[in-house]
Design a protein around this ligand. Structure first.
Ligand code: OAD
Length: 274
């Protein structure tokens, strides 16, 4: 990597300023989880019967909860079968290095950052986590793990009677739903740390953006706020995307490459104290 870039990252690490990491599906690609918008992406392939924009909605869940659950239980089988990769591990080491100066904002619902060792208190999962469920009705916003008895699906197969019985809110008996943000829903603080995520970049010295196409609104806002405050923006991605130009305009960098290769190098630069 360009020595000037490594020196800039090292200087940042030696300062008192916080590091905010913003991750998207690309950071889990090397773990074998398809992204959303790539050729094999979830939003490209969809389900057998519906387009993804229809599938990942509260409207669809209300009219056809079993179809939506089938799709999520297949995705969950992929996520549970995946292991954190070198990029996830580098982000864990960044949290250990920066301590209170560290925050991770992730769009990923696969839970791999937490499995790798990032702490829940410093990990904002702004689109939820598919390992968890909550009541689909109005009874409460309590979030709890998907019951272990629910069978994950290797292929598109129907729910069993036992699945149907287990996928129920344990308080009121209504359907339980995946704890994820859907296309026809809005960010909020209680479930998705919306306000906290908007506030986070204000004090950041560096925003490290990894593996996201910048297609959703909140991440773009986070990038703009950080750039406006003069933070160092670094975008890691094999392909250029809206964050690349934003980073370069803000005197930051676009680092073309896979997260599992680039992040360990950045971590090394952060560790060097001069
Ligand atoms: P996308 O599928 O839109 O973008 C994935 C990005 O990862 C692309 O820019 C790829 O170039 C990049 N990428 C691929 N392999 C990579 C690698 N090895 N290392 C680094 N980057 C790599 O996924 P997101 O940007 O995460 O929201 O999508 C954002 C949101 O859109 C998702 O969280 C989801 C979706 O609608 C909800 O479900 C609410």
């Amino acid at each position: 990597m360009d020595p000037n870039i490594l020196a800039t990252v090292r200087d940042f690490a030696a300062s008192e300023a916080p590091l905010v990491v913003l991750s998207g599906a690309g950071i889990s690609a090397e773990s074998g989880i398809p992204t959303f918008r790539g050729p094999e992406g979830y939003w490209t392939v969809g389900s057998r019967h519906y387009r993804p924009e229809e599938m990942a909605t509260l409207g669809m869940f209300r009219s056809n909860p079993e179809e939506v659950w089938r799709w999520y239980l297949r995705r969950l089988a992929v996520c549970r079968g995946a292991e954190p990769n070198a990029a996830h591990r580098a982000v864990v080491d960044m949290e250990r290095l920066f301590g209170d100066r560290f925050l991770l904002i992730t769009q990923n619902v696969d839970g791999l950052h937490l499995r790798a060792g990032n702490t829940p208190g410093r990990t904002y999962q702004i689109h939820g986590n598919i390992n968890f469920v909550r009541c689909a009705g109005p009874c409460s916003n309590d979030i709890y793990p998907l019951p272990a008895s629910v069978e994950l699906k290797e292929k598109d197969e129907p729910l069993s009677d036992a699945d149907r019985a287990a996928l129920r809110c344990r308080a009121c008996g209504a359907w339980a739903r995946p704890h994820v943000l859907w296309f026809d829903e809005s960010y909020d603080e209680e479930l998705y740390r919306f306000n906290s995520s908007i506030e986070a970049p204000a004090g950041a010295g560096m925003l490290l953006i990894v593996g996201t196409s910048g297609a959703t609104n909140l991440p773009m806002q986070i990038g703009s706020i950080a750039a406006g405050q003069g933070a160092l923006l670094v975008d890691v991605n094999p392909d250029r995307n809206p964050f690349s130009a934003m980073a370069e305009r803000a005197n930051g960098f676009f680092l073309a490459g896979a997260a599992g290769t680039v992040l360990p190098s950045l971590l090394e630069a952060m560790r060097r104290d001069g």
